[in-house]
Ligand binder design. Structure first.
Ligand code: FES
Length: 214
């Protein structure tokens, strides 16, 4: 399942490449396992990344519905190009009523992501893939299923460790072990297809230290 390719699919070299891109992280139907496809490391040096330098991600070749996973500061950053159905699910009251903090009142995200889609643009999700229970990587199950990962699955993230569930904006369900929504890192768009994780939009001054639990 390994399929090496370049991290930057656009023309010309990126300002900054990134340490490790993991793509195709669609959860494997039937197993709940996550398919990780590694892409070459091209960042300048690990020390720079470890120090928290921002990383740039080109979404030009990310398919609708696909999730890519990028390691930044040692944590998986989940970046999804949402389908129209996924965007619609975020306002679906059958799902919203399942959520513990549907309005993202707990500080698990920057102020510019405290909205119904928990992101800058509804069609692009950027989340930190660390379950707020004990830190496992939740699996990405974006489509409703009668059986997978659990019966009557509406779509979202499922943590295989102790069964926590989140919607496609990383909002945690009521009654599961995880207490908070998945965190959102600082990020902004450099262009329609390029995002920079680790840096706020111009004029914003938000620190990840504000996150209640990561
Ligand atoms: S670590 Fe995710 S449910 Fe326990």
């Amino acid at each position: 399942m390994t399929d090496a390719t370049t991290a930057d699919g656009a023309k010309g070299p990126p300002r900054r490449d990134f340490l490790k891109l993991v793509t195709g992280a669609m959860a494997a139907v039937g197993t709940g396992a996550v398919v990780w496809t590694f892409i070459d490391s091209m960042n300048p040096d690990k020390a720079t990344i470890a120090a928290g330098a921002p990383i740039d991600i080109n979404l030009a070749h990310v398919a609708e519905g696909q999730q890519i996973v990028v390691l930044w500061r040692g944590k998986p950053m989940l970046v999804v190009k949402r389908t129209p159905a996924a965007v619609a699910s975020l306002k679906d009251q059958k799902i919203v009523k399942l959520l513990s903090d549907p309005d993202s009142k707990v500080d698990q995200q920057p102020p510019y992501a405290q909205n119904w889609h928990r992101s800058l643009k509804p069609e692009i999700a950027v989340l930190i893939g660390v379950c707020t229970h004990l830190g496992c990587l939740p699996g990405y199950f974006p489509k409703p299923s009668a059986t997978t990962p659990v019966p009557d699955w509406p779509s979202g993230y499922f943590c295989p460790c102790h069964g926590s569930k989140y919607d496609l904006a990383g909002r945690v369900w009521k009654g599961v072990p995880a207490p908070y929504n998945l965190p959102v890192p600082p990020y902004h768009f450099l262009s329609d297809t390029m995002i920079r994780i680790g840096e706020n939009p111009p004029g914003q001054n938000w620190s990840m230290s504000n996150i209640v639990q990561m």
